[in-house]
Design a binder for this molecule. Structure first.
Ligand code: ASP
Length: 361
């Protein structure tokens, strides 16, 4: 055989082998479908804008949900995203109307087979209250994740985009299911009952004192350490199904030389419950105790919490709760005690039962 014929034969053989190999190779597995996450925007600094990228003054709730999504195209690799604008307000203006609308929409969405999780963008000022409210009234184990930002979207080193990306990653993560409503901010995953805002301006403003973090998340990579503290979501007996309005509950901060004037004023304004942000372990002056006890006798439910940022308010430590007819907030700070008390009052005025709620939730 000539050299040329040998070369042609070898080539034909090689092509045949390559084709054979191609035919027998297993087809590449199809990529897993992305989860479907709905983004509900409510406003806040994450949607805020300033006239320049280095100024402190800005306005919350200026950017719409579509702009918010467009600003983080990387999140589309984590999930199929659909946005809805629920409100566009600074969360200092958060109110019952938005709460009920938001909670109802989350319940509708999470009941849909095709929805895998929900992300809510919110302001940082009251995110802990909204998260805790949702934790008590959302009826789903699917991930419901709130996020926020300390710097407006126009700021130098805005924190919103990465917080949003991380929130989507957590909502898209199957391991987030069944851990109650979560808040993802500055790489940390907080439980709704534990987190609290601790700095007016620092990026690392949210802490979960006493109970610690649910997990951490770095560039979408989440680690989970614990489950939620307290009954929540599908295990909560509170429901907004038939509720049109929530009862008024006021928070009054205790201080040196406190009298009973604000306690009486709260009841005169229509409060059905009062939360005292007490000094130390939920303490207050004798004058305030007497004024509060007089309201408790009339059927106003009075909860002792604390203005101190960490630690529990124990039952009957320095104040005899049985004698006065009070409820101790245990692990809940004043703002979350108010949320629980409002929902509790939709069910009962019985102080023993309400103390049991504070034990369990
Ligand atoms: N005032 C703003 C808000 O809660 C603050 C923030 O979002 O960081 O809407």
């Amino acid at each position: 055989m000539s050299k040329r014929r040998v070369a042609i034969l070898a080539l034909v053989l090689l092509i045949g082998l390559a084709a054979g190999a191609g035919l027998s190779a297993a087809p590449a597995p199809a990529p897993a479908p992305l989860p479907n996450i709905v983004v509900l925007a409510t406003g806040g600094t994450i949607a805020g804008a300033a006239a320049s990228d280095v100024q402190a003054e800005y306005t919350s709730g200026q950017v719409g949900v579509e702009q918010l999504l467009a600003a983080v195209p990387q999140a589309k690799k984590l999930a199929n995203l659909k946005g809805e604008q629920v409100s566009n307000i600074g969360s200092q203006d958060m109110n019952d109307e938005v709460w009920l609308k938001l909670a109802r929409r989350i319940n509708e969405l999470t009941a849909m087979k095709e929805v895998d999780g929900v992300v809510i963008t919110h302001g940082t000022d009251t995110i802990e209250e909204t998260a805790y409210f949702l934790n008590l009234v959302v009826k789903s184990k699917k991930p419901v994740v709130l996020t926020a930002a300390m710097r407006p979207s126009t700021a130098l080193s805005a924190d919103g985009p990465l917080n949003f990306f991380n929130a989507v990653a957590v909502a898209a993560n199957k391991e987030a299911a069944g851990r109650g409503v979560l808040v993802v901010i500055n790489d940390w995953i907080h439980g709704a009952s534990s987190l609290t805002k601790t700095s007016t301006t620092a990026l690392q403003t949210f802490l979960s004192p006493v109970w610690g973090l649910i997990g951490t998340v770095a560039y979408g990579d989440a680690e989970f350490y614990r489950g939620p503290v307290g009954r929540n979501t599908v295990d909560s007996e509170f429901s907004i199904e038939k509720i049109k309005a929530l009862p008024r509950v006021d928070i009054i901060m205790a201080h040196e030389n406190m009298d009973g004037a604000l306690i009486e004023a709260a009841v005169a304004a229509g409060a059905k419950g009062i939360v005292i942000a007490g000094v130390g372990n939920g303490n207050m002056t004798q004058a305030a105790l007497d004024a509060l006890a007089a309201q408790a006798k009339k059927g106003i439910v009075c909860v002792r919490s604390s203005r101190v940022p960490t630690g529990r308010v124990g039952r009957s430590v320095e104040v005899d709760d049985d004698k006065y007819g009070f409820v101790a907030s245990l692990g809940l700070n004043p703002q979350k005690s108010r949320v629980l008390l409002r929902l509790a009052l939709t069910q009962t005025k019985d102080v023993k039962q309400i103390q049991k709620y504070f034990d369990e939730y």
